[in-house]
Ligand binder design. Structure first.
Ligand code: ADP
Ligand code: AMP
Length: 215
């Protein structure tokens, strides 16, 4: 299965991606996680990406597209993958379409997790993440027991770009640059939509219903 997850920052893409990846045995590819790993390792890619991420801006398309193409050519992607946080611009979406076409492949669905803007601030400022495996928690909605990641035991932290000011900027960037992808995939008959305001397990059930019917 080849799935992309769409939705504003804080919609719950990363949270649902972990469960989808387990259920369907496909790798979860989060461009945000790849950038953060590079930042923590101080690689040239990380140093370049940090300039944009800290300000809530998108990393330039060329850098991001090349990084994703490299990742999708790795062995574990042969039987499908789940993209989280990519594409985020029409140009990234077109590159992905070209990449798939060259391989005679296609997406199964672009799954939009729909959450209104007024839910997002509380979700993002209360988010805590595992710096080792990228798992997402929330101080109120999904607390990490004793502040430790339940998957790998690392201490969870707050992301530097989850401050109120940066969140507002990221939401503006989403509306300007990423929202047009909803029509892009609708026109290709690939869009499916799930209501993301319900509890985490209820959203997952709805996602499984959708994925059961697209395959
Ligand atoms: P994204 O990957 O789309 O940016 P996350 O999956 O990291 O979003 O979720 C953002 C925050 O909201 C996290 O703190 C997460 O624990 C919390 N969260 C995710 N889904 C829900 C939900 N359905 N209800 C309440 N909180 C949620
Ligand atoms: P995320 O973890 O998905 O919230 O992404 C964190 C940050 O990484 C974003 O605010 C962007 O700065 C950067 N980023 C992640 N994915 C992309 C992408 N597809 N294109 C450009 N920048 C991205």
């Amino acid at each position: 299965m080849k799935i992309i997850l769409l939705g504003p920052p804080g919609a719950g893409k990363g949270t649902q991606a972990k469960s989808i990846s387990n259920r369907y045995s496909i790798p979860h590819i989060s461009t945000g996680d790849i950038f953060r790993k590079n930042i923590s390792e101080n690689t040239p890619l990380g140093i370049e990406a940090k300039k944009y991420i800290d300000n809530g801006q998108l990393v330039p398309d060329e850098v991001t597209i090349n990084m994703v193409k490299d990742r999708l050519q790795q062995d574990d992607c042969k039987n499908g993958y789940l993209l989280d946080g990519f594409p985020r611009t029409v140009s990234q979406a077109e590159s992905l379409q070209g990449f798939l076409k060259d391989r005679d492949e296609s997406l199964d669905t672009a799954l939009l997790i729909e959450v209104p803007r007024d839910f997002i601030l509380e979700r993002m400022t209360g988010r805590r993440v595992c710096p080792s495996c990228g798992a997402s928690y929330h101080v109120k909605f999904n607390p990490a027991v004793e502040g430790k990641c339940e998957l790998c035991g690392s201490e969870v932290v707050q992301r530097k770009d989850d401050t109120e000011e940066t969140v507002q900027e990221r939401l503006d960037v989403y509306e300007r640059q990423t929202q047009p992808l909803i029509d892009f995939y609708k026109e290709k008959n690939l869009l499916s939509v799930v209501e993301g305001t319900k509890a985490i397990n209820e959203v997952f059930e709805s996602i499984c219903d959708i994925l059961g019917s697209v395959k």
